[in-house]
Design a protein around this ligand. Structure first.
Ligand SMILES: [Zn+2]
Length: 123
């Protein structure tokens, strides 16, 4: 059975997707279509061809590492674990305006990354 791994976040869109480790039942049932659904085009093609070549045997092998493929696919595309992604997401809880240049900087920053002004970190 699969269990939950990291919750991954696309820092560009804020979209979240749960990643899993272990055997993928959805992949066993949906095979190639699971890869298509997850938008992993390369592995969709590979798993389709592998299933044809092996008369369907590959269909039962991919579920063992489909979740790993999915996770590394997202990470290559720039997705980050949720904890890490928060550092890149600008929101009122994490960022303040630099008093000198009015750019957004992280609350904990001691130096403005834009104008190098010294800041008082706000907890
Ligand atoms: Zn500044």
């Amino acid at each position: 059975m699969s269990r939950r791994a990291e919750l991954l976040v696309d820092p560009k869109t804020g979209v979240k997707e749960q990643s899993y480790v272990g055997f993928s039942w959805p992949n066993l049932f949906f095979g190639v279509f699971w890869f298509l659904y997850k938008r992993i085009w390369g592995w969709a093609v590979i798993s389709f061809l592998a299933s044809v070549v092996t008369s369907g045997i590959a269909w039962f092998i991919f579920p063992f590492f489909a979740n790993g493929l999915h996770r590394s696919h997202l990470k290559r595309a720039g997705w980050l674990p949720e904890v890490q992604a928060q550092a890149f997401t600008i929101n009122p809880d994490s960022h303040v305006l630099c008093p000198d240049c009015k750019e957004l900087v992280r609350k904990e920053a001691r130096v403005c990354k834009h104008c190098k002004a010294t800041l008082v970190p706000q907890a």
